[in-house]
Design a protein around this ligand. Structure first.
Ligand code: SF4
Length: 433
């Protein structure tokens, strides 16, 4: 009987892809059957996120629950970014944990499962040209890593400490993975990296120097591929060639996540983001001009140390100028091993909450208007999810979530839909012939 594997993935798409890699490597060693019930699992893995404090707290309460309810002899492992920065302290705090595997050591999963109390968290370990076995959680869309780690040093961010330096994955490995995904039925690929448009600056070993725009062209040439998405580009590297390729390449989906973090040039300096408000607005203006139908999403932090009322007004100013189709906004959360965690000009939590509420209230109004004007428009939707309410849903080219009445024969299809109704998070439509 195959062993049962329960894997919980927290955080970003890179963690989703890392979990798929772990499942593939484990299955290559011996057969595992995935289960969503941890009490029947032989192996329980939590793939963690460290971007804010809350997920870390949640980890230990969850580990306690898993341990209490697990089956006799089952193993528990902690992977991902929290594993990278807490390492053996996880086993100290939760002695029933069998192994700890860092976000940069995914290829070692089968090894650590065999060796009790093993801790593999070396953030300099290079698996950028490791050819992982195949596993996909969706037959329709393929997440594909194009780089590991990050070379930036944003003062609020723990990622360089948990995922290590940035190394690009060789273009031929990426194109092969795209070809395999298309051969297995995927019409869409999602290219992943901390800073995708910084691709090609460093490989481990001799590889053709390819930048991100050239990589997009190479990937787009794969027969049978219809859609290319990517996340996240860094505003600093949004050069004209990149924006022009984005706008003119029909296979590239017209949605882009461009993390702003703050609208204040002073705070951007404190964050070591490397660009100014002016540069950001200039890039967005060019993007909107060249690609009018583009959906732009962003990340904004409020309450960063030293953020004055005037600084916050600059974030509001950019939000009003750009009118992002989507925004992820958070109160600053000090992260261990980051420069900003040492900053003393901390913002009062209530002040930060008020700022967050103001920003989110404004943004809700923008989103409601963005969604309202979709009614009557036609979008091409890639159907990926059969729902239990007689509807089926998917994403438009510019990333709106759209549902129509329909059943499984639409799964994996890209079809034209006229939008008939709008809610804050999703659109409803009817299929056109
Ligand atoms: S670019 Fe900055 S925010 Fe993004 S992962 Fe790297 S250090 Fe973190």
């Amino acid at each position: 009987m195959p062993k049962k594997l329960f894997i919980e993935t927290l955080g970003c798409q890179m963690n989703v892809r890392d979990s798929e890699h772990m499942i593939a490597e484990l299955n290559a060693k011996e057969p595992y059957e995935l289960t969503t019930d941890s009490t029947e699992a032989d192996l329980i893995i939590i793939n963690t996120c460290s971007v804010r404090e809350r997920p870390v707290h949640k980890l230990f309460s969850e580990l306690g629950l898993f341990n209490k309810k697990k089956k006799e002899g089952a193993k528990i492992g902690v992977a991902g970014c929290t594993a990278s920065h807490l390492g053996k302290d996880i086993i100290k705090r939760a002695p029933y944990v069998n192994f700890v595997l860092g976000a940069r050591n995914v290829s070692k999963i089968a090894e650590v499962v065999e060796k009790d109390k093993s801790v593999e968290i070396d953030i300099n370990y290079d698996e950028s040209d490791f050819a992982f076995k195949d596993f996909r959680s969706s037959p329709y869309k393929a997440f594909i890593n194009i780089s590991i780690g990050c070379d930036k040093s944003c003062t609020f961010c723990i990622v360089p400490k948990t995922r290590g330096d940035e190394i690009s994955i060789p273009a031929e490995l990426i194109v092969n993975e795209v070809k395999k995904s298309v051969a297995n039925g995927a019409k869409e690929v999602f290219l992943l990296g901390q800073n995708v448009n910084n691709y090609g600056r460093r490989f481990s070993g001799e590889h053709d120097k390819v930048n991100f725009t050239e990589l997009l062209r190479m990937v787009s040439k794969v027969d049978g591929l219809e859609r290319v998405r990517f996340t996240s580009p860094h505003p600093l590297h949004m050069d004209d060639e990149f924006i022009e390729e984005f706008a003119t390449n029909d296979k590239i989906c017209k949605s882009m996540h461009v993390p702003l973090q703050s609208g204040s040039t002073e705070i951007l300096k404190e964050m070591k983001r490397g660009y100014t408000q002016e540069w950001f607005l200039n890039r967005i203006e060019k993007l909107r001009a060249m690609s009018p139908e583009v959906s732009i999403s962003t990340d904004i932090i409020v309450g960063f140390p030293g953020e004055s009322d005037a600084d916050f007004e600059e974030s509001m100013k950019v939000a009003k100028a750009v009118k992002f189709e989507q925004m992820f906004s958070f109160k600053y959360s000090p992260r261990p091993h980051t420069e900003a965690a040492e900053y003393t000009n901390v913002i009062d939590s209530e002040v930060a909450s008020e700022r967050l509420l103001r920003l989110q209230t404004f943004q809700d109004g923008v989103v409601d208007e963005v969604m309202r004007v979709q009614v009557g428009k036609t979008h091409e939707v890639y159907f990926e999810l059969l729902r239990s309410d007689g509807f089926i849903s998917g994403r438009s080219d510019n990333n709106f979530l759209v549902k129509v009445e329909g059943s499984e024969e639409l799964l994996g299809e890209i079809r034209k839909v006229r939008i008939t109704d709008a809610a804050r998070m999703s659109l409803t439509g009817e299929l056109l012939a």
